[in-house]
Write a protein that binds this ligand. Structure first.
Ligand SMILES: [Zn+2]
Length: 194
């Protein structure tokens, strides 16, 4: 977690973890002004966009992981729905404009070692058009074999991306839930449809 040394509200020293029902939580509590300073995982929204058997990738032009490639996505903003955030990130990074209502829920995941929750949507386009945004150097629709696998920004989610290529190849999309911890990666199908 981010280390808070002083209370942002009153300037008091934040030395204590908040204790709830006798157990210390992973956030601080200011004993001077009795304020809880929550520190929760961030939500990342991403968009898997297919053109035929290819997926849309963007080459990042900002840190972290500048010059490396990723599936379009970013942090959810306040006052957005998950799909709206995914559609916005997609539009900003690639110029691909798909209304939020046309994105389908595809994957959820927790990555405990970086304190992130990600929610991935999927969609498709009928033409492989894009306009790299201000935070992107380039974009491209890549088949599994064309992917810049040696230059991906977040290799910890490679298995999820490979699953997306598998689903594209089969032409059938399940809904997936991933759990990633320091020593475990599990991707589980949670669709009820069979
Ligand atoms: Zn305080």
């Amino acid at each position: 977690m981010t280390q808070l040394n002083f209370c942002p509200d009153c300037g008091g020293a934040l030395l204590q973890f908040h204790v709830v029902a006798g157990e210390p939580r992973n956030h601080r509590y200011c004993e001077s002004c009795h304020t809880r300073h929550y520190d929760h995982p961030r939500i990342v929204v991403t968009a898997f966009i297919a053109y035929q058997k290819k997926l849309l990738w963007v080459q990042r032009d900002l840190q972290p992981q500048r010059d490396l490639w990723a599936i379009p996505g970013g942090f959810l903003e306040n006052n957005e729905t998950l799909a709206e955030g995914a559609a916005r990130e997609l539009r900003e990074e690639s110029g691909v404009d798909i209304p939020a209502q046309q994105l389908q829920l595809y994957m959820t995941g927790t990555i405990t070692f970086i304190n992130q929750v990600y929610v991935a949507f999927r969609g498709s386009v009928t033409r492989p058009d894009f306009i790299p945004g201000v935070e992107s150097q380039a974009c491209g629709f890549f088949s599994r074999d064309e992917c810049p696998w040696d230059a991906v920004a977040y290799p910890q989610v490679n298995d999820s991306i490979i699953q997306a290529y598998d689903d594209l190849d089969r032409g059938r999309f399940e809904v997936w839930q991933a759990e990633m911890t320091e020593n475990r990666y599990q991707l589980q199908c949670v669709s009820t449809r069979r």
